[in-house]
Design a binder for this molecule. Structure first.
Ligand code: ATP
Length: 209
């Protein structure tokens, strides 16, 4: 098993890079997806969030109103800490379960590369868990454009989210590989392919001891 973290700022292209690694046969776990799962209706974390923030954070169908909760914690550090305290241990536990299942069910070639697509890998100091950290970078204007055009996010929201994240310099400090995603998709894919070849070589060297 060889653990690879893929991270980068919002809209940098990390999920696109992780998908390309999946196409090479890597097992990919998307932390954002797990974070969404642990607050689905019926999950204990959602009940705790309602106890802390009130029923106003729910949509009429009982699902979490994510923009509403985001607006609350954006303004209030205590609220953000409470959100993190309620959700982070559940996300960590579920990720551990998923990783265990991936390892148990593994039937492909060795070494098995497990890629974790983690937007806040650096912010949460989790680089220590990974043998390699791939940082995807793109300048602010490309990221804003992709989020607005590709995802329909209002420009103001995109800029506000970019502002509160770690800088590329902080990410670069823990990176083993850096991908420049200011070009087109073909350029991104070509770089990911090179990174994959290197990751495989590193994983093989690590497995050989
Ligand atoms: P988030 O943090 O919001 O999850 P992300 O870093 O995972 O974002 P992606 O979802 O991979 O970013 O990419 C954001 C958008 O930009 C997507 O619509 C994706 O298809 C597009 N995109 C990514 N890289 C490129 C590129 N090189 N050229 C054009 N579009 C791109």
């Amino acid at each position: 098993m060889y653990f690879v973290g893929v991270t980068g700022g919002i809209g940098s292209g990390k999920s696109t890079a992780a998908q390309r690694l999946a196409a090479h046969g890597c097992a990919v776990l998307d932390i954002d997806g797990v974070a969404r799962e642990v607050v689905e209706p019926g999950e204990p974390a959602l009940e705790e969030l309602v106890a802390r923030f009130g029923r106003d954070i729910l949509l009429p169908d009982g699902a979490l109103d994510r923009p509403r909760l985001a607006a609350i914690v954006f303004q209030d550090d205590d609220a953000r800490r409470d959100l993190d305290r309620i959700t982070h241990p559940r996300v960590a536990a579920r990720v551990a379960e998923r990783v265990q299942a991936l390892v148990q069910d593994h039937s492909g070639p060795d070494p098995q590369l497990i890629v974790i697509d983690h937007p806040l890998l650096v912010e949460t100091g989790q680089e220590v868990w990974f043998q390699a950290v791939v940082v995807v970078e793109a300048d602010i204007e490309s990221r804003v454009r992709r989020l607005v055009e590709g995802r329909g996010m209002p420009e103001e929201d995109a800029r506000a989210r970019l502002k509160v994240q770690s800088s590329d310099e902080e990410r670069r400090a823990v990176a083993t590989h850096i991908i420049d995603n200011n070009g087109d998709l073909a350029s991104l894919h070509a770089q990911v392919d090179e990174v994959y070849a290197d990751l495989l070589a590193r994983a093989e060297a690590a497995a050989a001891g």
